[in-house]
Design a protein around this ligand. Sequence first.
Ligand code: FES
Length: 160
Amino acid sequence: MSDTQDMNRRDFVALAAGIAAAAVCAGALAPRVRGDDATSAAVPVGSLSDYPKDGLYMTYEKPHHIIIARESGSLYAMSSKCTHKGCDIKLAPTNDHFICPCHHAQYDDAGKVLHGPAKAPLFRYPISVDSGGKILVDTTQPLGPDHWKDAGASISVASA
Ligand code: FES
């Protein structure tokens, strides 16, 4: 075997090992993909029939910290974690705003701050509907207010 052939074989083995290592790293670092497979980050939150009218739904507040809101023909998902220090907020007795029991921040029904000490609104999450009509919420991708109107930040009630 010539030196050139030997070098080419060594280069090939090194290249193949590099590609394999890169593939393993890419898989480990890739964002979780929404869907209903076993490795999905999506949380199923029922179907459209579970949200028959406008309002706030706390069904998935425990254990997933998800609040579903239906408003004017669309559904969106909010985090129930206060943006001040992360306590679980509670729905006020009037059902139209949220109160944090820890330091008394208040948020309106859309998650915007009414009273501090919280400064930032509640995070929202991407929401989608799978082919079987199951509504899925991706809690790994919190959305600030700049993204609340993005595609995927809400679903049309007609599409669910
Ligand atoms: S953790 Fe909610 S107001 Fe402080």
